[in-house]
Structure formats: structure tokens, C-alpha cells
Design a protein around this ligand. Sequence first.
Ligand SMILES: C[S@@+](CC[C@H](N)C(=O)[O-])C[C@H]1O[C@@H](n2cnc3c(N)ncnc32)[C@H](O)[C@@H]1O
Length: 208
Amino acid sequence: MEQETHWSRFATDFEKRNHYVAGKRNINAIKDELFQLKLTGKVLELGCGNGTYSQILADSADELFATDYSKEMVSFSAQRLNERKNVHVEQQDCFSLSYPDASFDAVVMVNLLHIIANPEKALQESSRVLKVSGTVVVVSFTIEGMNLFQKLGMGYRYLRTYGKPPAGAQTLTVEHTCDMLINCGFVITESKLIGHNSKAVFVRAKLV
Ligand SMILES: C[S@@+](CC[C@H](N)C(=O)[O-])C[C@H]1O[C@@H](n2cnc3c(N)ncnc32)[C@H](O)[C@@H]1O
């Protein structure tokens, strides 16, 4: 597997950086939504980063596969989730997963789809590894629903913290995210904007 070079640089203090960029209250809003889902069975998290949301998913999942393309993020998350006996932390590319067809009950992607060049390809690969009726959950920071002042503030904090976004990164809207999921064979079960002064797209869908 090739090396991930953009996000790997931030593995050790990623959560602290995100608190500054997006605000702790907004990150907690994402945590609350994931907590309420109480996803059970075999759950796959793609682009887990340094495990910020893996902890919550692990509370309800029978088995959680927390995965990321970055070796450094995987290594950090593996240490952080070490005590959790139902968690496997693995290096995986969301475009080409090593898991068999129909092997998961749920796939979760938090802040992954808006930073990759081909989000539909990741959704297609997710549908391959999901069981029929399985759930996919997409959460991604967005500028949708933010006023000009909030957008400028977020843009400034992002550039100061992470520099130029990776090639292919884009801001998603709820509508665009739903359209991509529908194109990939999913039926939308819930879609909304969440957060406060920073926003995130939140979409839940089922594979039919
Ligand atoms: C913006 S971070 C989000 C991390 C975490 N989900 C969070 O919200 O705190 C995006 C993550 O996706 C990972 N990533 C990038 N390309 C990927 C790919 N092709 N497959 C899997 N993960 C990828 C990066 O290494 C990074 O950890």
C-alpha cells in the first residue's frame, strides 16, 4: 500500500487541531449523533483518523473495524483503542478494501468523503462489503448552512492548521451526499445538517 502523506503529519495531535478548527461543541454534536445510532453487529469505520469517533462506535458494536489509509493514524488509534477487546484497528484503503462481500452490518465514514477525490467510488466499495439492509452513515464537515462570517473564520482556522486541502477535497451538501448514495444503490433513511457555528452533513442510508 502506498504511503498517505497529507493527514499522517497530524496523527499525534489531530483531535486538538480539530477542536480548534471546527470547535469542540460541534465535534460533540457529531459524537452525540453517533452515540444515538447505537450501531450493532460488525461495524466498519473508514478513515477513522486518530480514533475520535471509534470510541463511541465501539460502545455499541459487537465488533468494530476501525480503519485508515494512514499508517501513522492507524498506529495512534491502535494505541488509543488498545483496551477495547471488540476493536480491530487496520490499515485499509477505502477504495479497495480487503474484506469479503457482504461482511458488515454497518459502514461509517466521518469526515472522509469530503477529503477524497472520488467519494462515489468509496460508497460503491462500501456497498460491496455491506450486507443487504446494512446501514451506511456519512458525516462530513461542510460550509452548508454557515453564514459568511462563520465560513471565513472556519477557512482561516483550517488553512492555519492544515494548510492547503488535499487534491480533490470538496465541500459536500446534504443533497449532493444523498444523490451519491442513491446512485450507489442506497435508500436514504435520515438526512440533515448538524452542528452549531460549524456544520456537518449527516446522512444515514440502507443498502437495498
Ligand atoms: C479529515 S480526516 C478524518 C478522521 C476522523 N474520521 C475524524 O473525523 O476525526 C480523514 C482521514 O481519512 C484518511 N484517508 C484519506 N484517504 C483515505 C483512503 N483512501 N482510505 C482510507 N482512509 C483515507 C486520512 O488518513 C485521515 O485520517
